[in-house]
Design a protein around this ligand. Structure first.
Ligand code: PAF
Length: 298
């Protein structure tokens, strides 16, 4: 297996991707914070299937961490990441030091109004500004490309889509499905911090989302409070969970659904010991979308 070329300087990344495009390559970009797992690798594989040059970025972005302890203990192992990314089809791994990314502390911050403030944004103030700022910078360095993000962080994906649209960046955003263990827990770098007992109960979060989906799809519930309640009941049945939110939302702007109709998204987040688990699931109501618009108009 050929190992991906590791680049650490911004100008190297720009030059490598410009040269690839000049050769006629189609560039795929997979932004990550390293600690790669099967979820990331599904993005790299998809990028490799749809592009001719794939760059994976590995940068633990301090701007998106509110808690310095959380930043400190974020798992880091570049050699392992390079090996895994290469095996999944990456040609380049961009792994800059913080001083390389920001020779001076940035005076600019990218803020996506509305979307950034709810759900995760409420629990982690400033988090999405940090994400939006680094993603804008990485997309700026990468240039014309397709960029791949997991639906696991569904709100992050919505924030990224919105900033790319608003700023007319020459990048296509590709959202990729959540990868789960057989028991339903979504793959996440943070799972490494769960104790054996916590790991055993963690899939209850997925069970709660499934309960929400049953309410939407099988019971045809139209009252969002009832769907939220179905999820909250499952979460409350696990005493180790402390629920941050469980809500049925509109999939585009993640605003709370006024009436459950058409396509919706179920979002939930809990604290389990020192770890926050965040997950989501799509659901399709048997009530057509028009019912939602009528209700909102009226
Ligand atoms: O999803 C992540 O790993 C990060 O939030 C991202 C998009 C790489 C920005 O640092």
């Amino acid at each position: 297996m050929l190992s991906a070329t590791v680049l650490t300087r911004r100008d190297e990344l720009v030059a490598a991707l410009d040269a690839a495009r000049e050769r006629g390559a189609r560039v795929g970009l997979v932004p990550t914070m390293g600690a790669l797992h099967g979820g990331h690798l599904s993005l790299v594989r998809r990028a490799a299937a749809e592009n001719t040059t794939v760059a994976v970025t590995v940068y633990v972005n301090p701007l998106q961490f509110g808690d310095p302890g959380d930043l400190e203990r974020y798992p880091r192992d570049l050699d392992r990441d390079v090996e895994m990314a290469s095996a999944a089809g990456a040609d380049l791994v961009f792994a800059p030091e913080a001083e390389q990314m920001w020779p001076e502390p940035p005076a600019t911050s990218v803020h996506v109004t509305g979307l950034s403030e709810r759900w995760e944004g409420e629990v982690r103030p400033g988090h999405f500004d940090g994400v939006a700022t680094i993603v804008t910078k990485l997309l700026g360095l990468a240039g014309r490309c397709l960029a791949y993000f997991g639906e696991k962080d569904f709100q992050q994906l919505a924030v990224v889509r919105r900033l790319v649209t608003d700023l007319s960046l020459p990048v296509g955003i590709v959202g990729c499905p959540v990868v789960r263990y057989p028991d339903g827990l979504a793959l996440s770098s943070r799972n490494a911090h769960l104790s054996a007992e916590e790991r055993a109960v963690a899939p209850r979060l997925y069970a709660a989302l499934l309960a929400g989906r049953r309410a939407v799809e099988d019971d045809a519930v139209t009252d969002p409070g009832e769907v939220d309640g179905a999820m909250a009941a499952v979460l409350a049945s696990e005493p180790r969970f402390s629920t941050d939110y469980a809500a049925v939302v509109r999939p585009d702007d993640l605003s709370p659904a006024a009436v459950v109709a058409g396509q919706v998204r179920l979002l939930a987040a809990v604290r389990l010991g020192d770890v926050r688990l965040v997950d989501n699931l799509p659901a399709t109501s048997p009530h057509p979308e028009a019912a939602r618009s009528r209700s909102e108009d009226g």
